[in-house]
Design a protein around this ligand. Structure first.
Ligand SMILES: [Zn+2]
Length: 129
């Protein structure tokens, strides 16, 4: 699975986003250690607080299917760089503190490490796990 293929899957997920309130579709593709890709999109709700980000949608799909380790996540949007929100950084850190994060928008691509996006993150090792 190349970065380009993973990014293409994230872009493809833009079409599945349910975003009647923000009109800001986001797609994600999370690559597990075993090569399986779990996709997600943002799913908004009239009760705004119930909105799910694309990254956490993909993560919950993956974990519920038995995946526990991940190498890379690709995230796609339009108009601005879709680096993960704070809640998603924390959720991803739980399973993959060394995760590579690829973001794409309007033909641009940027890369970062989750450990740089969430320095000194709180995770299982913080609780001695
Ligand atoms: Zn988020």
């Amino acid at each position: 699975m190349t970065d380009e293929m993973l990014l293409a899957k994230a872009v493809e997920m833009l079409g599945r986003a349910y975003v009647p309130y923000s009109n800001y579709p986001v797609g994600a593709a999370l690559l597990a250690q075993d090569g399986t890709v779990y996709t997600g999109c943002n799913v908004e709700n009239a009760a705004y607080g119930n909105t799910l980000c694309a990254e956490r949608t993909a993560l919950c799909k993956a974990v519920s299917e038995g995946a526990r380790s991940f190498t890379t996540i690709a995230i796609a949007a339009k108009g601005s760089a879709p680096f993960p929100c704070g809640a998603c950084r924390q959720s991803l850190y739980e399973f993959a503190p060394g995760l590579r994060v690829l973001v794409t928008w309007d033909g641009h691509v940027r890369e970062a490490m989750l450990s740089d996006l969430l320095p000194e993150g709180f995770g299982p090792s913080s609780l001695g796990k």
